[in-house]
Design a binder for this molecule. Sequence first.
Ligand SMILES: *[C@@H]1O[C@H](CO)[C@@H](O)[C@H](O)[C@H]1NC(C)=O
Ligand SMILES: *[C@@H]1O[C@H](CO)[C@@H](O)[C@H](O)[C@H]1NC(C)=O
Ligand SMILES: *[C@@H]1O[C@H](CO)[C@@H](O)[C@H](O)[C@H]1NC(C)=O
Ligand SMILES: *[C@@H]1O[C@H](CO)[C@@H](O)[C@H](O)[C@H]1NC(C)=O
Ligand SMILES: *[C@@H]1O[C@H](CO)[C@@H](O)[C@H](O)[C@H]1NC(C)=O
Length: 432
Amino acid sequence: MRNTTQHRHRCDHLVFCFFISSIFFPVLAMSPGVITTTHSLTRDQTLVSGGDNFELGFFNRSSNWYIGIWYKNIEQRTIVWVANRDSPLRSSSGTFTIGPDDGNLHLLDETGESIWSTNQSRAENTVAELLDTGNVILRQENDKNPENYLWQSFDYPTNTLLPGMKLGWDSKKGLNRYITSWKNLDDPSSGDFSFQLDINGFPEIYLRKKQMILYRSGPWNGLRFSGVPEMKSTFFSFLFVNNPDEVYYSFYLNNQSVYSKLVVQYSGELHRYTWNPTTKSWSTFWYAPKDQCDRYRECGVYGICDTNASPICKCMKGFLPNNPQAWSFRDGSAGCFRVNKLNCRDDGFLTLKSVKLPESGTAFVDMEMSLDQCKEMCRKNCSCRGYTNANISRGGTGCVIWAEDLYDMRLYAAAEGGQDFYFRVPASDLGM
Ligand SMILES: *[C@@H]1O[C@H](CO)[C@@H](O)[C@H](O)[C@H]1NC(C)=O
Ligand SMILES: *[C@@H]1O[C@H](CO)[C@@H](O)[C@H](O)[C@H]1NC(C)=O
Ligand SMILES: *[C@@H]1O[C@H](CO)[C@@H](O)[C@H](O)[C@H]1NC(C)=O
Ligand SMILES: *[C@@H]1O[C@H](CO)[C@@H](O)[C@H](O)[C@H]1NC(C)=O
Ligand SMILES: *[C@@H]1O[C@H](CO)[C@@H](O)[C@H](O)[C@H]1NC(C)=O
């Protein structure tokens, strides 16, 4: 107590007081809110974002130590990002600092060796800062322009997509951002499950176990992903950007005091959580795969999945099951074959209402064409199997054409979601 009193007495000289407090209270020395070559983080110190939303520091799982980011105001520690997920510290005596030689962020082990770094080209006078969005950035000391960040954690997501993070491609930076599950609850290292945007054709997002596809979101139809009818909410706004420089999905919160995150779990499910401040717990707002029809290619080629039907797999009109016995045992994965051949010249189209669009990685897309032009283009091309609008908002615009076999469609209740899809049949099947 006497010391404290003395300390207070002597503290009428600003520089001296700062000196004293940085000796006795090293945490206070962190108050500039940045990491520099001289302000490092060690085990019991954290970096807090400007608006107190997020905190960055050391955490452990079993005997391994990591640098992570979590919500500052949520008691139940919720890790949203891990720096060194695949190269853990073996002891708690590490240092998170800026390397004096290269200006990068480094995690040093107890011997002072760098076990993780931001790997950017050499820069001088850099500082690392935790933004209130949960993004830790490396920038030039006097340059706060986001365009000039040297590195940012939002470009290297772990298992969590936070509001404002981009899931997808940036061709200028050569980045493909996607989320990958933890190995298990006690191990944040890269697990088997990932949720990754495929920019080919009509872009959509795939949930995979290693290379195996488990679920697809369906392509963005201007309002939502074709296979996620639940994307209606007053809490969030969803964004899908597709231009020559970038293709990405992102979400934003309309109410800044709501917390929400999209996580690919080690169990293999994709969950959107929102924080319930009353129960002090995360509740699942949405998840996938949710039912049998969400399972990838559940009904095989030219099959359509309908959770309200029994069996749930049906063939498109003009098609019959490839394997009737398996079909009767409710295994639809062998799909369906076309009964009457197409002859190209006088084929027509039937309409499927309220469907999740077929797998679209090889589809042709034109955002300007009308539905009539789209139909004409499909009719003239003998390999075209079906077409529809690329954007269903405001009555529908644009054109998507499928010139390969159709997979992974499902029916939705009309009010629920989906869109009309037009598929090619021979003239003889038109009356069906
Ligand atoms: C972190 O390490 C301590 C011992 O240093 C241990 O008691 C604790 O269980 C560990 N925490 C987790 C989540 O593994
Ligand atoms: C940095 O580069 C080294 C060597 O290429 C690599 O082993 C390490 O994983 C990289 N670290 C990060 C964080 O990308
Ligand atoms: C879809 O159409 C709407 C209305 O015309 C437009 O505002 C939106 O940008 C379009 N979306 C895409 C992805 O082209
Ligand atoms: C925003 O969310 C908070 C917490 O759920 C709630 O108390 C508040 O009323 C909401 N504000 C608006 C404008 O909806
Ligand atoms: C038919 O459409 C497909 C997909 O757009 C395209 O690859 C193919 O070249 C087209 N064929 C003809 C004859 O136009």
